[in-house]
Design a protein around this ligand. Structure first.
Ligand code: SF4
Ligand code: SF4
Length: 92
């Protein structure tokens, strides 16, 4: 049995979040849930995130950071500096 860890998608800084609900309400992929006891958003389906960054834009507290996988960064042409040399080695 595989234990698959999703290490991309939105991360919420709980110290900044004011619990406005924008992320929960407007994410087009329904990635967020809502903890009724704590009255705050939860990240329930990170694997469904398509990295549109809409939640980041709508968050009034700048409390959300959407983690983007390396292969997507490379596809977008915005790989981190440290990976530039690695990608250069594959150019013909
Ligand atoms: S990046 Fe887009 S799909 Fe992913 S959690 Fe934010 S709003 Fe939803
Ligand atoms: S949009 Fe930002 S401030 Fe509002 S509930 Fe989501 S994380 Fe919290």
């Amino acid at each position: 049995m595989y234990n698959l860890k999703i290490n991309y998608g939105p991360e919420i800084d709980r110290k900044l979040c004011n619990k406005c609900g924008n992320c929960y309400q407007y994410c087009p992929q329904d990635v967020f849930g809502w903890d009724k006891d704590k009255n705050e958003p939860t990240v329930d389906y990170a694997g469904e995130c398509d990295m549109c960054c809409f939640c980041e834009i709508l968050c009034p507290q700048v409390a959300i950071d959407v983690k983007i996988p390396l292969h997507n960064l490379l596809d977008f042409g915005i790989a981190p500096v440290n990976y530039k040399k690695i990608s250069d080695t594959f150019e013909e």
